[in-house]
Design a protein. Structure first.
Length: 447
C-alpha cells in the first residue's frame, strides 16, 4: 500500500501522449516473478523489430484497463550510487624518531583469512619518545577504498602519510602527506577529518605519522568505492543482406538489421578463407543521409598454419540506423556476413492499476513522455534498503494491438475552410490589382 501511494504521489504529474494500447501495433505481456511495483525490462530483439522510431519513443506500458503506467529508460545514474563506510581494525605501532619506517621486528599474528589478530613490538624496538604509527586491517574488504575517515576525542591536528602493503613488509606510498584537524573556539568549529585516496585495494594500510602530534582515542573508517552499475551483457544480432554491387572495382553491400540497435561493434565474416580489403561502414539514416561510422582493414589469412584475422571494428557514436552500407576496396569475392554487437536498452516501469500489464510498441504517431522515474526509485530505495534496485521482468509472446494500420504515416487532412479563405483572399487581391491597372490605363488615355 505504501509503495503504491508513493508511486502515485511522485508520478501524479506524468503526462500522457498516447491514450490506448490500440495506438500501438504490437503488445508484449509482462511476466512477473513476484509482486512488486518497480520492474526493469531489457528489450529483446522482438521489441526492436516492432518499434519504428529509431529512438524507441513509440514504446509505452498499459494496465489491464488500457491506462498508461509510468515508463522511462533506465539511464546510468538513475539511482544514486551506494556509498558504504566501514570501520577498520586499528593497531598502534611505536616508531623511533630517527627511524623512517616502523621497525621490521614486529610480531604479527594473522588469521587464516589474512586479517590481523595481534601486533606486538619485538624486544629492542624503541617505544619511548618516538612517533606512533597505525596499522589498518583492510583484508576483509571486497572493494577498493576511496577515503579514510578519522575520528578522535577532543581538539587536535596531525599530519600523516598513507601507505599500502600486500604482505606487511613491502610498502608503497598512496598519499605523501595529509593534514587532519579538529579545532574548537567558543561556538565555532573547524574540522578536516577525511583523507581522500586514489582507489586503493590492499589488505593492509599504514598511517605514518609525520609530526609528533597524537590524536586521543583515534578511530579510522573507510569509505569504499561505490558499486559499479552492472551493465547489460552485450548481445549480437545478424544483419540481412539486401543489396550488393561492384562499382569501379569496389564492393558495395547494403544490410538491414531487424531494429534500431545501439550498435557498438561490427563483425564481418568473409565468405572465403583469404581476404584483404579496406572497409568503410556507413549508417544509412531515415532521411537518406549516409554517415561514416567506422573504417578498418579487413584481414583474413593463414601463415605457417596459424589463422590471422582482423574482422571486427568498433563503431563511432551517432544516430541509430537499421540499414548499413559496407564499402570494400577491392571488392570481396562474395558479400561477407555482418553481425552487430550492441548493448540492450533497459526500461523501468512502475506498475499501477490492475494487471496483467502490457508493453506496447510500434506507432507512427504516438510518442512516450518519460515519467520522473528517478525520484520514484529513490523513494522506493529509501524504504527497501540502499542496495535495492528493480528486478527484471520478462516479456511474453507478441500479440497484435492496432496492427500495421498504426504504422503507416498519417494522411494529412486538408483544411478546406482555410483553403477556401486563402482562395477568396487571393481572388480579392487579384481583383484589386486588375481595378488598379484599369484605372491607370484610363488616366493615361484621358491625358
Amino acid at each position: 500500500m505504501k509503495l503504491a501511494l508513493l508511486c502515485t504521489v511522485l508520478l501524479a504529474a506524468f503526462p500522457a501522449r498516447a491514450s490506448t494500447p490500440d495506438d500501438f501495433a504490437w503488445g508484449f505481456p509482462l511476466v512477473l516473478s513476484a509482486e512488486g511495483s518497480a520492474w526493469q525490462i531489457e528489450l529483446p530483439p522482438e521489441v526492436y523489430a516492432a518499434s519504428v522510431d529509431p529512438e524507441l519513443g513509440d514504446i509505452a506500458a498499459f494496465d489491464a484497463a488500457g491506462k498508461l503506467v509510468p515508463l522511462a529508460r533506465w539511464e546510468p545514474g538513475l539511482l544514486p550510487a551506494v556509498v558504504e563506510a566501514v570501520q577498520l581494525p586499528l593497531f598502534p605501532v611505536h616508531r623511533a624518531v630517527d627511524a623512517p619506517q616502523i621497525d621490521l621486528r614486529l610480531l604479527v599474528q594473522r588469521g587464516a583469512d589474512r586479517s590481523l589478530q595481534q601486533v606486538a613490538i619485538a624486544q629492542g624496538t624503541a617505544q619511548d619518545g618516538g612517533f606512533v604509527d597505525y596499522l589498518l586491517d583492510a583484508s576483509h574488504l571486497e572493494r577498493p577504498i576511496e577515503r579514510l575517515d578519522l575520528a578522535w576525542s577532543g581538539a587536535g591536528s596531525a599530519r600523516f602519510a598513507v601507505e599500502a602493503s600486500d604482505d606487511l613488509e613491502h610498502w608503497r606510498v598512496v598519499v605523501a602527506s595529509a593534514t587532519v584537524l579538529q579545532l574548537e573556539q567558543a561556538d565555532e568549529k573547524l574540522q578536516r577529518r577525511h583523507i581522500p585516496l586514489p582507489p586503493t585495494a590492499a589488505p593492509y594500510l599504514r598511517l605514518r605519522t609525520l609530526d609528533a602530534a597524537t590524536l586521543a582515542a583515534l578511530r579510522v573508517g573507510a569509505t569504499l568505492v561505490p558499486l559499479a552499475e552492472k551493465r547489460p551483457i552485450r548481445r549480437s544480432i545478424d544483419a540481412s543482406l539486401v543489396a550488393a554491387e561492384i562499382r569501379d572495382g569496389a564492393g558495395r553491400y547494403t544490410y538491414e538489421l531487424p531494429g534500431s540497435f545501439d550498435v557498438e561493434r561490427l563483425e564481418l565474416v568473409p565468405a572465403s578463407d583469404r581476404a584483404l580489403a579496406q572497409v568503410n561502414a556507413q549508417a544509412l539514416l531515415p532521411d537518406g543521409y549516409a554517415q561514416q561510422r567506422a573504417s578498418f582493414t579487413l584481414l583474413r589469412a593463414e601463415q605457417d598454419g596459424t589463422q590471422v584475422t582482423r574482422t571486427a571494428v568498433a563503431v563511432g557514436p551517432g544516430p541509430r540506423a537499421r540499414r548499413w552500407l559496407l564499402e570494400s576496396r577491392p571488392a570481396l569475392d562474395a558479400p561477407p556476413r555482418l553481425t552487430a554487437v550492441y548493448e540492450p536498452d533497459r526500461f523501468v516501469v512502475l506498475l499501477q492499476g490492475e494487471g496483467p500489464w502490457l508493453l506496447a510498441a510500434g506507432s507512427s504517431t504516438a510518442r512516450r513522455a518519460d515519467a520522473p522515474i528517478g525520484a520514484a526509485l529513490t523513494g522506493l530505495r529509501d524504504q527497501l534498503g540502499e542496495k535495492w534496485e528493480p528486478p527484471f521482468a520478462a516479456l511474453g509472446e507478441r500479440r497484435e494491438l492496432g496492427g500495421n494500420a498504426v504504422l503507416a504515416a498519417p494522411v494529412r487532412e486538408v483544411d478546406w475552410k482555410s483553403a477556401l479563405l486563402w482562395a477568396v483572399l487571393a481572388i480579392g487581391a487579384g481583383a484589386v490589382a486588375w481595378i488598379a491597372v484599369v484605372l491607370l490605363r484610363s488616366s493615361r488615355a484621358g491625358a
